[in-house]
Design a protein around this ligand. Structure first.
Ligand code: DAH
Length: 339
């Protein structure tokens, strides 16, 4: 029995010393100290050892077990440490390696233009609202004084979802939503995507507008012009010149088209402004009293003005973009030039 124990001690020592991985070391532990391990079996067989030897053999067996456990845990710690060092070596980062350059993103030119205009409107006291991109015929046309079969509908060739539901053709339905829900006086602006059955180099089925509406007592064309001039000055600087032309929209009376100094040639005249020195700023006018009444606003007490610029054309012109589709393709080669 004594020799057996000494044999185990020697064998285990040699095996533990040679082992190089944690998994194999665990196998050695099981082989000697596991449930059916060599040492475990000896310890279990103690009852068969003659009584006079039991004490001596018992002490020896316990010493062997302690030695084995000590070596195993020492080796375990050593292998674990070696593994950690090896992993760290593998994951090493060379902090002296030169940077490959940080690629920074940028806002889309339409977003930049829109943000600029919205900031300006907020500074001037407007509340920014959002209304649905899918509208009923009522909000998109009827409530804006464009009854069914009216020729004015031809100005906005439309994308219908059903006979009475369509993709909004302009942001003007926001006027109706605002008049129905807000108590005058108020100033709202609604930016967003609009949809028309249009498709060529300067027209896209999706484009962007925003709608501005001011409702108050005793306001008219003069107030409108003062506000528009102030907007143009804040956008283009104090030397900006304005020009007003008569126009027609079913929802305003009178309707006007406002031009501002061409921002490409600064008024000198260029191909983009066709030599006039002016480019279109936006269309608008005095809200037709019929519209106020339809949305529940007393037109004998309140009046208002509204305007609705498209922003894609401005972004195209100021960035000399030849085709409106570039704004929607998300081609990085194009977008990088627009940063
Ligand atoms: N909704 C018009 C369009 O898409 C633009 C517009 C014109 C909006 C005059 C207005 C307005 O609020 O008063 O062509």
């Amino acid at each position: 029995m004594k020799e057996k124990l000494e044999g185990i001690l020697k064998k285990a020592k040699a095996e533990i010393e040679n082992i190089q991985t944690l998994a194999l070391l665990d196998e050695v532990r099981v082989k000697f100290l596991g449930k059916t391990g060599e040492l475990t079996q000896i310890l279990r067989g103690m009852k068969d050892v003659p009584a006079e030897q039991r004490r001596e053999i018992g002490t020896l067996a316990n010493q062997v077990r302690e030695s084995l456990e000590g070596w195993l845990s020492e080796k375990w710690a050593m292998l674990e440490n070696a593994k950690l060092l090896a992993d760290m070596e593998k994951e090493k980062v060379d902090i002296t390696e030169p940077s490959r350059g940080v690629k920074r993103g940028a806002l889309h030119p339409l977003t930049r233009f829109n943000n600029k205009f919205m900031e300006l409107c907020v500074e001037m006291g407007f509340t920014v609202i959002q209304t649905p991109e899918i509208e009923t015929d009522y909000y998109n046309f009827e409530a804006l004084n464009v009854p069914k079969n009216h020729p004015a509908r031809d100005m906005q060739d439309s994308l219908y979802v059903t006979d009475t539901i369509l993709m909004r053709t302009h942001t003007s339905p926001a006027q109706v939503h605002a008049m129905e829900t807000l108590k005058p006086p108020f100033k709202i602006v609604c930016p967003g995507r609009v949809y028309r059955n249009d498709n060529d180099s300067s027209h896209s089925p999706i484009f962007n507008q925003f709608e501005a509406l001011v409702i108050d007592e005793n306001i008219g064309l003069k107030d409108f012009m003062i506000m528009v001039k102030e907007m143009a000055v804040r956008l283009y600087g104090k030397d900006v010149k304005m020009r007003v032309r008569p126009s027609y929209f079913p929802f305003t009376e009178p309707s006007i088209e406002i031009d501002a100094t061409c921002q490409i040639c600064h008024g000198k005249g260029c191909t983009l402004c066709k030599g006039t020195g002016f480019s279109e700023f936006f269309g608008g006018g005095i809200v037709n009293p019929a519209i106020l009444e339809m949305s529940g606003i007393d037109s004998t007490k309140y009046s208002g003005f509204a305007f609705g610029p498209g922003i894609d054309r401005s972004v195209m012109v100021t960035n000399k973009i030849p085709n409106i589709k570039y704004l929607f393709r998300n081609d990085l080669r194009f977008l990088k030039q627009m940063r």
